[in-house]
Write a protein that binds this ligand. Structure first.
Ligand code: COA
Length: 177
């Protein structure tokens, strides 16, 4: 595969079926029981911040973002992130994460949060959230709760419940005034 055949696109409804398949293949039937999945069940993800990677027209990777309130922070929850086994280890996962973070930053998000493996995500700009500071709707390993802070004082404000919330991005709120 030539890297130049890969394109990264904003997700739309036409990608739903293949994204379901990619996530089922990557995470198996237990994927709906995870604490992060239970946040995602509270409301729709934000398609404008969710991206797919296509190779010659075939969708082979996906990242989704969901608007949340985390303690006092207007944030986005990143995930699921999955790349098809045929396309692993080619930098596609890293690029999907990078694109999603930059899109959230442009939208005025104060932080991107996820539950994931620190060795994969920390080189991409994620930092550990204070141990046990955020309460998820189910058990999580506190050592796997990570954040890219994108505003002042994010870490001390990440304290309390994390839940779905359709918050108004700062940029849009300012434009509406
Ligand atoms: C994790 C995943 C998205 C990575 O996608 P990818 O396109 O293969 O990743 P990249 O090519 O950007 O990065 C590959 C590198 O990350 C490493 N890596 C992959 N998964 C890792 C993990 N869980 N922890 C640490 N490193 C990991 C690979 O060993 C590789 O290392 P190298 O560059 O030193 O060879 C993909 O393997 C996948 O879909 N896995 C199943 C679902 C999953 O676990 N999602 C993430 C939830 S935390």
């Amino acid at each position: 595969m030539n890297k130049h055949d890969l394109v990264y696109l904003t997700e739309d409804a036409s990608h739903d079926a293949i994204i379901d398949l990619i996530n089922a293949e990557a995470f198996g039937p237990g994927r709906f029981t995870k604490a992060a999945a239970r946040i995602r069940e509270q409301g729709p993800h934000d398609r404008s911040l969710s991206f797919i990677c296509a190779d010659d027209g075939e969708t082979i990777g996906s990242v989704r973002m969901t608007a949340v309130k985390a303690g006092d922070v207007d944030a986005h929850l990143l995930g699921p992130l999955a790349v098809r086994p045929s396309h692993k280890n080619r930098g596609i996962g890293r690029e999907l994460v990078r694109i999603a973070i930059e899109a959230a930053r442009r939208k005025g998000s104060q932080a991107v949060i996820l539950v994931g493996d620190p060795p994969y995500y920390m080189p991409l700009g994620f930092e550990k959230v204070s141990y046990g500071a955020l309460t998820f709707p189910g058990p999580v390993d506190p050592g796997r709760v990570l954040v890219v802070p994108m505003a002042d004082d994010v870490h001390p404000r990440l304290k309390g419940v994390i839940a779905w919330q359709d918050w108004q991005p700062m940029a849009l709120a300012a434009a509406a005034e």
